[in-house]
Design a protein around this ligand. Structure first.
Ligand code: SAM
Length: 426
């Protein structure tokens, strides 16, 4: 979501006459977009901000815009005393404060109107920076902003606000514009993306939206994330099998394997429910890959409770697991009501156990692909090799000295590791 927001900022700034510079020392304007989902992310944002202080001293004309979840929905006046070097504060996804600041300072608003994210979207623009047009093959398209689920550990609802779906016609226009700029794959984004349209009776649901996007010519692939186990409906699963452009990969976080922990997290399902769901996903969509998120060290997670998570991952052999150590976030229910008593060493130990397990599982899944041909959409080069992704969202590298960017090619897989595979063009 932040990548998508940052690209929109870059797009708007280019329109206002700014161009990118690789070194912060050379910049007249620095926008720092922040994530605070875990304390470590928040600490990083603070440190980075502190590191900008000398630049501001050297160049008092430098404009610093602090954006995103660190600002959240707080009053900028209260933030100003904490961050005196910041000139502009912007809530997540909000471009208005920066545009207003620059327009007032320079005495002109090149947009000749109030510019909000909404109005930019309504213009049907492809919100990617011009400097990246031709390089970008994949793009993120936020379709549900905010979140109203309120998992007890999660700071997002209070920082990004309540769930709001974007109008379908706006989304379609944006995807078409992106395709015109060379984008071949889009990922539709939402904290609970399968709740798309549930907040507005006039909007289609995600399955119907996918059908419309599938018709867009020139677009090769569609992905969506993140799903929630309780909202990933049968209609959606069916649509994935029917629509050729919708990729067989689902990101559906389980967060924990123990029922009491799941209840304390207010996730709304049980270990057994999640197992049944993965079974249904796999029987409905042949060859599907499944990704999950897991938090270890949630309050009251004993060794036995952690073992439930370990066993779940070991039994289900999911393709990807994004792991996190529990981090109490101020303002959340769990931080307020449950002491964070699990030592960091125990959290790390559990994290590493799952990491090791997942490395083995992913390695075995990929090894089965050696000798097979997979379709890869090529995105860019890394260390002299072309890099792309399979329909299951796996990374593939090939050696090729001709242009492959934006091309769909069959690749014979010759080597497989847990995090990527290597092959040659078929
Ligand atoms: N909205 C999705 C969901 O919760 O199912 C995922 C989005 S969230 C930004 C990404 C992941 O961060 C979550 O799935 C969770 O595993 C992790 N996370 C969120 N809050 C956390 C916390 N307080 N401590 C540790 N990890 C956290």
């Amino acid at each position: 979501m932040n990548v998508a927001d940052s690209q929109r900022v870059a797009f708007v700034l280019e329109r206002m006459g700014y161009s990118p510079t690789p070194r912060p020392e050379d910049a007249n304007l620095i926008v720092m977009n922040t994530c605070v989902v875990r304390q470590s992310a928040e600490d990083k944002a603070y440190n980075r901000l502190q590191s900008l202080k000398p630049l501001k001293k050297q160049n008092p004309e430098l404009v610093i815009n602090l954006m995103g979840c660190l600002v959240g929905r707080q009053d900028p006046a209260s933030l100003q005393t904490r961050f005196p070097m910041v000139d502009v504060f912007s809530q997540p996804s909000d471009l208005e404060p920066l545009i207003n600041f620059l327009s007032q300072r320079d005495g002109k608003n090149i947009f000749n109107k109030e510019v909000t994210l909404q109005s930019l979207w309504l213009d049907g623009e492809a919100p990617i920076p011009q400097s990246q047009v031709g390089n970008m093959v994949t793009a993120f398209v936020p379709i549900v902003l905010g979140c109203s689920h309120a998992c007890t550990y999660c700071v997002i609802p209070s920082r990004r606000g309540a769930e709001i779906s974007r109008p379908p016609e706006e989304i379609i226009k944006e995807v078409k514009a992106l395709v015109d700029k060379g984008i071949r794959e889009i990922t539709l984004l939402g904290q609970i993306v399968d709740r798309y349209g549930k907040d507005n009776p006039d909007f289609p649901n995600l399955a119907s939206l996918l059908k419309k996007i599938n018709e867009i010519e020139g677009l090769f692939r569609i992905r969506f994330l993140t799903s929630h186990p309780n909202w990933l409906g049968d209609d959606l699963l069916k649509v994935i099998t029917e629509l050729p452009k919708v990729m067989p990969h689902i990101e559906v976080p389980v967060q924990a394997g123990d029922d009491e922990i799941l209840k304390a997290m207010r996730r709304g399902y049980s270990n057994q429910d999640y197992r049944a769901l993965t079974e249904k996903i796999r029987s409905t969509i042949p060859g599907v890959s499944i990704g999950t998120d897991i938090i270890v060290g949630f309050p009251n997670e004993t060794d036995e409770k952690f073992q439930q998570t370990f066993d779940l991952l070991n039994d289900l052999k999911l393709d990807v697991a994004h792991l996190a150590r529990y981090s109490p976030r101020s303002g959340t229910v769990s931080a307020r009501t449950l002491p964070d008593h699990i030592p960091d060493s125990v959290k790390w130990d559990r994290f590493r156990k799952l990491e090791e397990l997942q490395e083995k599982i992913a390695g075995e899944i990929h090894l089965k692909k050696v000798g097979k041909s997979v379709e890869v959409l090529f995105e860019d080069t890394r260390k002299g090799r072309w890099r792309g992704r399979t329909p299951n969202n796996e990374l593939v590298f090939v050696e090729a000295d001709h242009e492959l960017r934006g091309q769909l090619r069959n690749v014979n897989i010759e080597w497989a590791g847990p995090w990527s595979m290597i092959g040659s063009l078929a």
